[in-house]
Design a protein around this ligand. Structure first.
Ligand code: EPZ
Length: 420
């Protein structure tokens, strides 16, 4: 099993410059979109992370041909070989559900395993299914699989009962090839959704209202190839901003988009950090000696991202006072807390809140990662914990952080990956 060892200390100061990679949560739907055309899709700046390779394994099973040169992915689905996303692949990565909409729209058929729960909650897909049924798909759930058929989908109005990133993406892709006009209401506003719309528009899709809660999509007969640049990963950037604040360091992030980080930056400034935009693609964080407690409540974009909740919790263990962290998106996203307690944090979970009492001196311990962002929070905690921290099962970390050890080492951290 792969593990990470960190030799941390609470006077560590990270300094230097790192380049932010392409966004995992933007590249996954963009790869799925290649199912919508028989022509080639080229995606630049892809992150070489596990979830991308898992998605490409699934796409190959469906019939895609692809190659990756440096960070350019060329992918094409000339003919479909299968309509099925198997349990082992969907279990490995819930985002496999993003092939459902495109398969239905292009081929009228899809068999996708139900994703099941995961470490951050139940994560149903009822909103995906309801939306596709409103377009005219007939969907049954049999033996743990979603069996979907669509003789002829017809545009209509669909209002999401609650904001769902994947549900919005699935329906946008399906509607792009659905005859008539589809109005999608209460769409997610995450930049990754807008980036998918921009790719689809390059492919010939007719989408109005990109970046707004209501999208109007006029279906076209077919979509063509396109080249698209994957946007920077705002959660990776936020994670390194926290590392800078946590270690009272001085870090420059390049190849990022500060405008997508506004709520994270606002909360970090309130907690005492200094953050300056150097230009539209880079910024600097200078951590403050005293870290002030902050209450946060996660909410859909442009609110404070749920994917930053665990990382921010680590920062609040070093704040002088009590912080209340409220998680509103997922029903169980506090699995990092038990591991942080082993490092000496003082956190109590009650319902949808975790109450963090700081400042606590953390000391290194053996820990285990349970999901992608919980793993990131353990790495952050290990940086400032006195002594050695071991993080077991870092497969989760590999899913969404490209070269995290190299990037942190370049800033002065003592971190290594090893196998036992
Ligand atoms: C996307 O997941 C991201 N993943 C998640 O990032 C992110 O945390 C989440 O959006 C934030 O909303 C990718 O983009 C690949 P949702 P997704 O549908 O689409 C409920 C990471 O760490 N819901 O927006 O799966 C759901 O249970 C990952 O990078 C339904 O009830 O999330 C959750 O409570 C973790 N029915 C809420 O909505 C549905 O049909 C938001 O889920 C769909 C969702």
């Amino acid at each position: 099993m792969q593990k990470i060892r960190i030799l941390g200390n609470n006077s560590l100061q990270l300094k230097g410059k790192i380049k932010i990679s392409g966004a995992k949560n933007a590249v996954l739907p963009s790869i799925a979109a290649s199912l919508l055309t028989e022509e080639k899709i080229r995606l630049k700046n892809i992150p070489l992370v596990k979830d991308v390779f898992t998605t490409l394994t699934l796409m190959k099973e469906l019939g895609a041909e692809y190659n990756i040169k440096k960070k350019l992915l060329s992918i094409q689905v000339k003919t479909i070989r299968s309509y099925e996303a198997s349990y082992e692949l969907v279990r490995a990565m819930r985002a496999s559900i993003l092939v459902l909409g495109p398969l239905l729209a292009r081929y009228g058929k899809a068999v996708v395993s139900l994703p099941g729960g995961c470490a951050i909650g139940s994560r149903p897909i009822d909103l995906h299914i309801h939306g596709l049924e409103k377009l005219g798909a007939s969907i049954t759930l049999e033996h743990g699989y979603i069996k979907a058929e669509a003789k002829n989908l017809q545009g209509t109005e669909i209002k999401f009962e609650k904001k769902t990133v994947g549900g919005t993406e699935n329906l946008i892709m399906a509607a792009s090839l659905t005859k008539g006009e589809t109005i999608l209401k209460n769409c997610s506003l995450e930049p990754e959704v807008s980036s998918l719309c921009e790719l689809l528009a390059k492919m010939g899709a007719k989408i109005e209202g990109i970046g707004e809660e209501t999208l109007c999509i006029k279906g076209v007969k077919e979509l063509g190839g396109a080249t698209h640049e994957i946007i920077p990963d705002r959660i990776e950037a936020g994670t390194y901003l926290i590392a800078g604040a946590l270690t009272r360091g001085n870090i420059v992030l390049t190849h990022t988009q500060p405008k997508q980080l506004s709520t994270i930056i606002e909360k970090l400034k309130f907690s005492g950090a200094k953050i300056e935009n150097i230009n539209s693609h880079s910024l600097r964080i200078i951590g403050s000696q005293e870290i002030k407690p902050q209450d946060i409540t996660t909410s859909p974009y442009p609110g404070f991202p749920t994917d930053m909740q665990a990382q921010f919790t680590v920062l609040m263990t070093q704040a002088e006072g009590t912080s209340i962290i409220t998680e509103t998106i997922f029903d169980r996203r506090f699995s990092h807390v038990n591991e942080l307690l082993r490092l000496g944090a003082n956190i109590e979970v009650s319902g949808d809140k975790s109450i963090v009492k700081g400042k606590t001196l953390l000391s290194g311990a053996e820990t285990i990662a349970t999901d992608l962002r919980a793993s990131a929070s353990l790495v952050l905690a290990g940086l400032i914990a006195n002594g050695e921290t071991i993080i077991n099962d870092i497969e989760h970390l590999n899913r969404g952080y490209e070269k995290i050890e190299e990037k942190l080492e370049s800033l002065g951290a003592h971190i290594e990956r090893f196998r036992e």
